[in-house]
Design a protein around this ligand. Structure first.
Ligand code: GLN
Length: 275
């Protein structure tokens, strides 16, 4: 409970400090360098190794179930993390995972702190100008969630209200693209759980997040519902900075083909998503 309160307070601070979905703050940088400090010993060890045994630093989100999230035992699990692990084993590369948060992962990738990002990251035209993506590994899109007993059934019902979105995400840019037309304002959060809390607390009337992620959250008992269909279909890809770590993307693509062929990919999906 205390943790939730804290993240809500932090999120409100962030919301106040930001105006655009792609905004970058000092706080983000701080969060990134904190994640960096925690892993600096491993990084130092990695630096003493030769290029052949490079340990790739791969950043992910904090709360994006079923793709990456903390389970009841306090372990980070999820489809993205299992796919990465299986591909690394198949291709024989080493990596160190950094639980950075979505915008911090992307900011860190741009700053050269991370070699890659796996975080349910949508492959979009805009992003393809800055990053090299693997082949798509999961089809997704944006959805709107409201509290389970809400009367909101359309975007028009958001008029004069506030909605929640996560900084730097497709959900946030979708919300921004329709905010003027439907007359709502956007409260921005660093992580999905703070966003859900804001809606559950009745502060935000709705939140915009990836549809399968909202669906999973609801299936786990969070009192939200999805009154509308999925918007903006997009696929998730593993990203590196444009022109860098080309061999890593190549290994990801080859490994993905292999784990699809040998049944591991389906096994991973079945672990998290009930058919
Ligand atoms: N798929 C969304 C995006 O790429 C959200 C990713 C996330 O929040 N981890 O923007």
């Amino acid at each position: 409970m205390k943790k939730h309160f804290l993240s809500l307070t932090m999120a409100l601070f962030t919301a106040a400090a930001l105006t655009a979905c792609s905004g970058s703050t000092g706080k983000q940088a701080e969060q990134t360098s904190k994640a960096g400090a925690e892993t600096s010993r491993a990084e130092a060890a990695a630096e003493t190794k030769t290029e052949a045994s490079k340990v790739y630093k791969i950043a992910t989100d904090t709360t994006f179930a079923p793709f990456e999230f903390e389970n009841d035992k306090g372990e980070m699990v999820g489809i993205d993390l299992d796919i990465l692990k299986a591909i690394a084993a198949d291709q024989g590369f080493e990596y160190e995972l950094v639980i950075a948060g979505f915008s911090a992962a992307v900011t860190g990738l741009e700053a050269g702190e991370y070699d890659g990002v796996i975080a349910g990251m949508s492959i979009t035209e805009e992003r393809e100008a800055k990053y090299d993506f693997s082949v798509p590994y999961y089809n997704s899109g944006v959805g709107m969630a409201v509290v389970a007993d809400s009367d909101i059934t359309s975007y028009a019902d958001l008029n004069g209200k506030t909605v929640a979105a996560k900084i730097g995400t497709e959900g946030c840019s979708f919300a921004e693209s329709i905010a003027g037309e439907y007359g709502f304002t956007i409260n921005q959060f660093e992580d999905s759980s703070s966003m859900y809390q804001d809606v559950l607390a009745g502060v935000s009337a709705a939140c915009f997040e990836d549809y399968p992620v909202l669906g999973y959250e609801i299936s786990r008992g969070t009192a939200l519902k999805l009154p509308l269909d999925m918007e903006r279909g997009s696929s998730y890809g593993f990203a590196v900075l444009k022109g860098q770590n080309a061999e890593l993307v190549k290994m990801f693509d080859t490994g993905l083909t292999n784990i699809k062929e040998n049944g591991t990919y389906d096994e991973i999906l079945n672990t998290y998503i009930a058919k």
